[in-house]
Ligand binder design. Structure first.
Ligand SMILES: [Zn+2]
Length: 140
């Protein structure tokens, strides 16, 4: 008789209680949360468009959408020039008549917050995101 009673209580313990299913369910949902967050961030990333702002001596002279391949030539009245090329969501200065050529050597930039500076021409190319998420992009 004793043996049977023991076995019964063991079976009772082994059986899952309704609460266990709730916990299991929560754990199952939680295990998908990182995936969900990742997918959400990915979708956010693709919906944000980047643009390049070109300024000379602190004044914005041109905005370029990085979604569209284009070539823009900045030409100053004193003969200074910079050829700015947008290709495959990236931007670079391909040609300039400045004496240091640092802006040309800088190469491609593609991320929000990155910039190319041509010190002799006081020209700055900086990338900003369309949703204004970049720090300082809304403060003037
Ligand atoms: Zn330069």
């Amino acid at each position: 008789m004793r043996e049977i009673k023991k076995r019964k209580s063991f079976l009772h313990l082994a059986r899952m209680k309704p609460l266990d299913f709730v916990i299991l369910g929560i754990l199952l949902v939680l295990s998908f949360v990182p995936l969900g967050v990742f997918t959400y961030q990915e979708s956010q990333k693709s919906s944000v468009t980047l643009r390049a702002e070109i300024s000379v001596d602190g004044k914005e002279i041109k905005r370029l959408n990085l979604d569209k391949d284009t070539t823009y030539k900045y030409q100053a009245s004193d003969g200074d020039y910079n050829v700015i090329v947008v290709k495959d969501h990236k931007i670079r200065i391909t040609e300039a008549n400045c004496n240091d050529q640092i802006c040309v050597r800088r190469g491609w930039i593609e991320k929000s917050g990155e910039s190319i500076v041509c010190l002799p021409h006081k020209l700055v190319v900086s990338i900003v995101s369309s949703d204004g998420s970049e720090d300082g992009s809304l403060i003037y």
